[in-house]
Design a protein. Structure first.
Length: 491
């Protein structure tokens, strides 16, 4: 490998331990890559060069002392800018949080620091994680390293672009309706949403609390496992944190799929999926069958209503969560004649159009007289979806589909049509509503040379079997291509 910035986390971790490379060298390589790609990609909102340099020196000192803090020690990691970081600007890509310096680290960040990770900075996202392209960022769109005229997906688009371009070795994002998996798919990398409750949400700026999960974006399934190992596990600071022991994700990675039942979800395959995407998914299914898996066709009838239910539940929760941004406590403040006017001025100027749309939608769906017809109905649909999944997991160990119905779309193509933007997440939203884990693995390129993601879904706490299948998908697909913008020729 000619450039250290292109190493997988696993390879870099090996080199750091054997003494073949240092965290400082690794960081320099990643910074060089960022200097080359950022003007084009705008993956980052903030690069914390000093903090990262200090952490790299500290990681190297640790290795010299023989201290092993785990798989991320000395690894350059990027964080989505909705994860609060002490003293490091955290904006959620919103004007309302411009200049906000959090007084604390979220739990995932605390665990990353304790694990010796080198935190590079904060990546771009759709404002408050609402969107599928990063075009809703108040600070400009990120671009796709495979084709800078296209979106990297979203909302964790900056994280995905950085990992794909080599300006981060691994990154974290949040996934409320697909925001880790869809950008991972569009950028040709691995992205994983853990079981709801597996990773603490303490210090993740809330969008829709019953759906939000933090998870890794990485260059391989093994790298995603390593990243999840560091941040996962019980946290008393998050009341929805899963109190049980964290399962062993690694032991199955080499086990293959022989004897496993893989369910193809009828409603998430075929209709509405771009032919090239479906063809790549079908090819992978054939390979899995040849590798010894049993492929079963399964129906999740209520999943047809998942998008509609999500676009009531998520806005309803967002309208409650975003009420805290009122000009009193955080970020922007625009004064008026009285407090109410101050709040109104602040919010009118601070929130972008998509966030405003969601707050209005959610407030309406929760209002007296409509609550039961909208929010209540959506919750009932959610229950039906959960039951559909439970029934399907009686017949299959994992379920599969494309991650995104299309490959990366051109910048601007969906900005005037919220519904077409919302459709980007039709395959990912069901696992958020059910709270189950799901992962996207790159399996091929379409005719335009854009990456295609294959989604593996598993029942709650089914990460071990999900990773096992994902690792086999990765081997079979032998994707191994890097984004053109990651190669040193292009800058
Ligand atoms: N694109 C979806 C939305 O806009 C999902 C976002 C997310 O997962 N954060 O709500």
């Amino acid at each position: 490998m000619s450039d250290l910035a292109d190493l997988t986390l696993a390879a870099a971790a090996g080199g750091l331990r054997s003494g073949d490379l240092s965290a400082v060298e690794l960081l320099e390589a990643v910074h060089r890559r960022a200097a080359m790609t950022e003007a084009n990609l705008h993956a980052y909102l903030t690069l914390d060069r000093e903090g990262a340099a200090r952490a790299a020196v500290g990681a190297d000192a640790g290795f010299k002392r023989g201290a092993d803090l785990g798989p991320l020690q000395g690894i350059p990691v990027a964080l989505k800018d909705n994860m609060v970081t002490r003293g490091l600007e955290t904006t959620c890509s919103s004007k309302i949080l411009a200049g906000y310096l959090p007084p604390y680290d979220g739990t995932a960040t605390t665990r990353l620091r304790a694990g010796g990770a080198v935190i590079l900075g904060k990546t771009n996202l759709d404002e408050f994680a609402m969107g599928s392209s990063t075009e809703n960022s108040a600070y400009g769109t990120s671009r796709n390293p495979w084709d800078p005229d296209r979106v990297p997906g979203g909302s964790s688009g900056g994280s995905a672009a950085a990992v794909a371009a080599g300006s981060a070795m691994v990154a974290f994002g949040s996934d409320t309706g697909g925001s880790i998996r869809q950008p991972a798919a569009l950028c040709g990398i691995v992205g994983m949403k853990p079981t709801y409750g597996l990773v603490s949400r303490y210090g993740l700026i809330a969008f829709a609390s019953s759906l939000d999960q933090i998870g890794p974006l990485a260059r391989s399934v093994e790298d995603a496992v390593a990243a999840l190992e560091v941040v996962g596990g019980y946290d008393p600071a998050d009341s929805t944190s899963y109190p049980g022991a964290v399962p062993d994700y690694r032991s199955g990675l080499e086990s293959g799929v022989s004897g496993l039942r893989i369910g193809v979800v009828t409603e998430l395959n075929g209709a509405g999926i771009e032919p090239a995407v479906q063809a790549a998914v079908n090819r992978t299914l054939d390979q899995l069958e040849n590798a010894g898996a049993t492929i079963v066709q399964l129906s999740l009838p209520s999943v047809e209503y998942a998008l509609s239910a999500y676009y009531l539940i998520a806005p309803a929760e967002c309208s409650a969560n975003l009420a805290r941004f009122d000009g009193v406590r955080y970020g922007l403040r625009r004064l008026g004649e009285n407090v109410e006017e101050m709040m109104s001025n602040t919010r009118a100027e601070g929130f972008g159009p998509e966030v405003t749309r969601r707050i209005l939608l959610g407030t309406y769906a929760l209002s007296a007289g409509y609550y039961d017809a909208f929010y209540g109905q959506a919750q009932r649909v959610r229950t039906l979806i959960i039951r559909d999944f439970q029934a399907a997991y009686e017949q299959a160990d994992v379920l599969v589909s494309p991650t995104s119905p299309t490959t990366a779309f051109p910048i601007g193509a969906r900005t005037d049509d919220p519904l077409s933007m919302y459709m980007s997440d039709v395959c990912t939203i069901p696992s958020n509503l059910s709270g189950d884990p799901a992962i996207s693995v790159p399996v091929g390129l379409d005719d335009a040379g854009l990456p295609i993601g294959f989604q593996v879904m598993a029942p709650a706490l089914g990460e071990p079997v999900m990773f096992r299948v994902a690792a086999e998908v990765e081997r079979l697909a032998a994707f191994g291509v890097r984004a053109p913008l990651a190669s040193s020729e292009v800058g």
